[in-house]
Ligand binder design. Structure first.
Ligand SMILES: [Fe+2]
Length: 188
């Protein structure tokens, strides 16, 4: 696996300043959540750093990647427009940096979570939502809950995500609803 400094330089090349800075803040937040919950700090930091590394690919580049890697064409459909960058990044981090399976999954589903997500995936999902540069309605409550009860924090974030998307006449990917359902059933 490459080291963090090498990966930073590589990620930097593919992102605009604001998104690279967001990635660094997600890395920091992931590190602090990992310390709090006794997760693998390095793995969480690396996932935070790389989770959006494919978010600035063009439609054409996405299409070529899908073809080359024999991925389902449905990924190019509108309902998947918010998750495709995670899917592509999850393949690249394995190919390029040799990330482990738990990291690959955390990156693949960082936008929606997934049912039965592990601690690394939970941390990466939350760090992306609550990093220090973000400011939206309800974030303070999310930030507090993130360090009190990680599952309840994810439920709150998913519900807020759904609400915000509805306001824009958009909807969360089906996996987001599946995650919410699963967490509600398994969390007291
Ligand atoms: Fe992000």
């Amino acid at each position: 696996m490459w080291n963090i400094e090498e990966i930073k330089k590589d990620v930097r090349k593919n992102l605009k300043d604001y998104r690279y800075n967001h990635s660094l803040r997600v890395m920091e937040e992931a590190s602090s959540l990992a310390k709090h919950y006794h997760a693998d700090i390095k793995k969480c930091m690396l996932c935070g750093l790389t989770h959006d590394m494919c978010k600035e690919l063009t439609d054409k580049e996405n299409e070529e990647f899908i073809k080359k890697h024999n991925l389902p064409k449905e990924l190019l459909n509108p309902e998947n427009k918010n998750i495709i960058h995670g899917v592509i990044a999850s393949i690249l981090v394995k190919e390029k940096y040799n990330f482990t399976t738990d990291m690959v999954l955390a990156i693949k589903y960082h936008t929606t979570g997934y049912p039965k997500m592990d601690l690394i995936a939970k941390i990466v999902y939350l760090a992306d939502k609550i990093e220090k540069g973000k400011d939206y309605k309800g974030i303070e409550e999310e930030r507090i809950l993130a360090y009190q009860d990680i599952d309840k924090a994810i439920i709150l974030c998913l519900n807020n995500q759904i609400k915000h998307l509805k306001e824009k006449n958009e909807s969360i990917n089906k996996i987001g609803y599946d995650t919410l359902k699963y967490l509600k059933e398994t969390t007291n």
